[in-house]
Design a protein around this ligand. Structure first.
Ligand SMILES: Cc1cc2nc3c(=O)[nH]c(=O)nc-3n(C[C@H](O)[C@H](O)[C@H](O)COP(=O)(O)OP(=O)(O)OC[C@H]3O[C@@H](n4cnc5c(N)ncnc54)[C@H](O)[C@@H]3O)c2cc1C
Ligand SMILES: Cc1cc2nc3c(=O)[nH]c(=O)nc-3n(C[C@H](O)[C@H](O)[C@H](O)COP(=O)(O)O)c2cc1C
Length: 785
């Protein structure tokens, strides 16, 4: 078999040596345009787990790499003169040059042909090859040539960065943030050999321009960075070794590369992408070289498994690696965005800023940090708890952020978990009766800080279905009061009502008889911002509200708010999301009005704000009000997270206490991107940009998620919906799973608490024994770091 690797970076060299090692009869060539042992760049970083993979692939190179590595455990975050350290992160640094030299030498030793100073024009230069590897890096010529096959998507990111070195030796992976009159700059610094550290300086493009770096020469730009980060450099200069790059061109914007396919069939030999040519992952999660080496390991493994069937091996390679790479790219995207928007977080206290940085990729969670550095995490938990007024006695366990109280106006929630509103469609004439008493009562007994009753309608024609609850008459008021009284008398949870009008999505069947389908009979007329049919050709048409409709509906909301106060609810949420009436005004997809209620976002917000203000006026001042919004329509031309910040600001100015950040359900054309905690970035952005408290919701399914969100200041409360349908006592179960025992259970249930805790403890012990790894090793293995 004749193999040619175009490009002698880590991917090409490592693949070549693995293939030669597996079968010395193979004829393998690596063609590199640079001179031998010549490269630019400073150090690269691996996690301990990557080293393990190298060890099994070729112990000999692994041993040399290990020998050359600089290993460290600490991450240090510097901001506003504060320095915060945490440990247990397990990283290794190695000079890029050193790494390439080890790989080149090993190639030579095994008999791989290394051809230098040859700039390859295309794979056709090697007509007799059986397999061509396009390992020609980020700006791959081969990828560009066969772009129609590989279908690359290249997203050039917002920050400018420069890769520098210094003789200052950092004893931790060091992040430093410095403010200038133009904006924030950050440095990522780590020692990678006995006398040198990498020092990357990064800032958003607009800050870079304002600071004049776009017109500065190389020396001047370096002097600028030296001055800015002088306090970390102890007089050591910053060094550049990219002699081929001049002036501002050494500041690059990171291109995130994703390819739809990785194999191109030419009719001659297949041409296979590997390493940076196939994908990139932002340097802030330090994974580019790891991915390149692991691509090489996987392709060598696939070919080894199916020696006679190259095409099958290539299919397996692409299938396995594209999934793994996507996982890392998702984490890298979160990390990139965090650094791009660092100014959003710099107002946080340094302790919380550092925690937010550590958990930025959403792969390292609260419990994972506990395994890495228990002392750091517990001290941070105490810090968070003290900020919400808790001071623990030395005999007590540290309080996880999920279990810290939250106060707003005159109401204190005992913890940060909210049972999210969930329509049950089980009322007759809008009256909540036994079903709702049991449903909401059980969940209020299950440990959550607050239960939000489902969308409750201010009039009969405001309902989604005939089964929806209402609050427009005394019978309904009585039904709600019975439930609220039970929750107050028998639990320490608070209870909220969510008021909403269905708009164009009303007059439909209960979901189990045909979701969103109009009623078979007895349909009522629908109103919304503009005429629309929610399901094309199926739903009834709504008509645009006129002023008289608006006044009537506003008064209906006010009446419901007064009834809600009489019923004793602790909290009121106004439903302005999911395409219902108030949402239909906000989204440009459903509002085509030409009067002062349509057009600009300010105009579209006018009616929802009128309703909000009137309800706020009618609702007791000491009680909080939240607003649920769709922070993203997930449709081109619809509401975006940028708009959501403006929407939140408008409700905040009108007196809203929190924004409940949901998304979608406005248009059937929506294309949401689901995933763990997928709507939390909206809560994060609104909280930290608009400066208003938020509720995160959507695929938050473990205590670990809640703790990470609250501790990082991404939201103030977490609303959990579907997991509460599966288990009313979700909060109690999750507390026991993280071994937090100081949660009071209802007195009638106490005997179950200890049994649950004991059983879970046994399960944890058994799992640890079976796997034979430490908890941190298990967690890291699950994360792939
Ligand atoms: C600032 C910065 C920091 C980074 N930090 C880290 C880190 O901490 N950890 C980490 O793992 N990764 C890091 N990386 C990424 C890492 O450098 C790359 O992901 C990794 O080198 C990819 O390996 P590769 O073999 O695919 O590509 P490359 O290393 O880019 O190798 C490609 C090779 O192909 C050669 N070539 C290109 N075209 C031709 C041609 N036509 N003919 C012949 N030869 C050609 C090039 O000269 C080059 O030697 C960082 C990158 C940057 C920019
Ligand atoms: C059965 C059901 C009914 C729902 N009804 C409402 C509702 O009345 N009001 C509302 O704002 N959201 C409603 N939602 C959305 C949830 O409150 C929540 O935002 C969504 O389910 C995502 O959270 P989860 O991933 O924890 O389930 C409902 C969700 C479900 C599953």
């Amino acid at each position: 078999m004749k193999i040619v690797c175009i490009g002698g970076g880590p991917a090409g060299l490592y693949f070549a040596l693995l293939m030669k090692r597996a079968d010395p009869a193979r004829d393998i060539t690596v063609v590199e345009r640079n001179r031998p042992y010549d490269t630019f760049g400073w150090g690269v970083v691996f996690s301990d787990q990557t080293l393990g993979n190298l060890q099994s692939a070729d112990p000999q190179t692994a041993a040399q790499i290990l020998d050359a590595f600089n290993h460290w455990d600490d991450i240090e975050v510097n901001i506003r003169g504060r320095r915060i350290r945490s440990s247990g992160h397990g990283f290794c640094g190695i000079g890029r040059k050193r790494l390439l030299n080890i790989l080149q030498r090993r190639c030579e030793e095994l008999g791989v042909k290394l051809v230098f100073e040859t700039d390859v024009q295309g794979d056709e230069d090697y007509p007799d090859a059986d397999l061509v590897i396009a390992s020609d890096g980020l700006n791959s010529r081969i990828r560009a040539k066969y772009a129609a096959s590989y279908r690359p998507d290249i997203d050039t990111r917002r920050c400018r960065f420069v890769w520098l070195g210094t003789k200052k030796l950092f004893d931790a992976f060091t992040f430093a943030f410095e403010q200038t009159e133009h904006g924030w700059f950050q440095a990522h610094a780590y020692q990678f050999d006995g006398d040198t550290s990498t020092f990357i300086v990064e800032t958003p493009e607009e800050v870079w321009r304002k600071a004049g770096l776009d017109t500065m020469g190389k020396e001047e730009a370096i002097a600028f960075c030296e001055k800015l980060f002088a306090r970390y450099l102890d007089g050591n200069p910053l060094l550049s070794n990219a002699s081929h790059l001049r002036g501002s061109s050494q500041w690059i914007r990171f291109p995130r590369v994703v390819c739809q396919t990785w194999v191109h069939h030419t009719g001659r030999a297949p041409v296979v992408l590997m390493g940076d040519a196939a994908h990139t992952a932002h340097f802030s999660i330090g994974s580019g070289t790891k991915l390149a080496l692991e691509d090489a390991i996987e392709l060598a493994r696939c070919i080894g498994r199916q020696p006679g069937d190259l095409n099958a091996a290539l299919r397996d390679y692409e299938a396995v690696r594209s999934v793994e790479v996507l996982r890392i790219q998702n984490a890298a995207r979160n990390s990139t965005e965090w650094f791009e928007n660092v100014a959003r977080y710099t107002h946080l206290p340094p302790e919380q800023f550092a925690y937010s940085l550590l958990t930025r990729s959403q792969r390292i969670s609260h419990e994972n940090l506990r395994l890495r550095d228990k002392g750091y995490l517990e001290a941070y938990e105490d810090w968070i708890a003290e900020r919400s007024g808790l001071h623990r006695a030395p005999t007590q366990q540290p309080v996880p952020p999920m279990f810290t109280p939250f106060r707003v106006r005159g109401v204190t929630l005992k913890n940060r978990v909210v049972v999210s509103p969930m329509a049950q469609y089980s009322c007759v004439d809008g009256v909540p009766a036994d079903y709702h008493l049991v449903h909401l009562g059980a969940r209020a007994m299950g440990g959550a800080g607050m239960v939000v009753a489902e969308m409750t309608c201010p009039s009969a024609d405001a309902r989604i279905t005939p089964g929806c609850p209402g609050l427009w008459n005394e019978a309904q008021l009585g039904g709600w009061k019975r439930i609220v009284d039970f929750v107050h008398a028998s639990t320490d949870a608070k209870i909220a009502i969510q008021l909403g009008h269905a708009g164009a999505k009303g007059s439909t069947r209960v979901p189990w008889e045909g979701e969103d389908q109009p009623l078979a009979q007895g349909n009522w007329p629908l109103v919304s911002a503009s005429p629309q049919q929610y399901l094309d050709g199926v739903s009834d048409w709504s008509r645009a509200m006129n002023r008289a409709d608006m006044d009537r509906v506003l008064q209906d909301f006010v009446r419901s708010a007064r009834f809600a106060a009489h019923a004793g609810f602790d909290w009121l949420e106004l439903h302005c999301a999911h395409g219902y009436l108030l949402s239909s005004f906000i989204s440009p997809l459903t509002n085509q009005r030409t009067d002062e209620y349509g057009g600009s976002l300010d105009n579209r917000m006018r009616y929802p704000l009128e309703v909000f203000r009137a309800v706020r006026e009618a609702w007791p001042q000491q009680l909080p009000m939240s607003v649920r919004i769709s922070a993203h329509d997930w449709v081109e031309g619809g509401i975006t997270p940028d708009d959501a910040v403006q929407i939140a600001r408008a409700f905040q100015a009108a007196g809203a206490d929190l924004i409940d950040c949901s998304s979608g359900q406005v248009s059937r054309r929506q294309q949401p991107v689901y995933g763990r905690m997928y709507q939390t970035p909206f809560a994060d952005r609104i909280r930290n940009e608009a400066g208003i408290a938020t509720i995160a919701v959507g695929a938050i399914s473990e205590a670990d998620h809640v703790n990470s969100i609250i501790a990082a200041g991404r939201a103030d409360l977490c609303a959990i919906a579907r997991p509460h349908l599966a288990n009313p006592a979700w909060t109690f179960l999750e507390a026991a799973k993280i071994n937090y025992l100081d949660v009071p259970w209802p007195k009638q249930y106490r005997s179950a608490k200890q049994q649950l805790e004991r059983n879970l403890e046994r399960e944890r012990a058994a799992a640890a024994q079976v796997v034979g790894l430490s908890p941190l090793e298990q967690a890291n293995r699950a994360l792939g770091v």
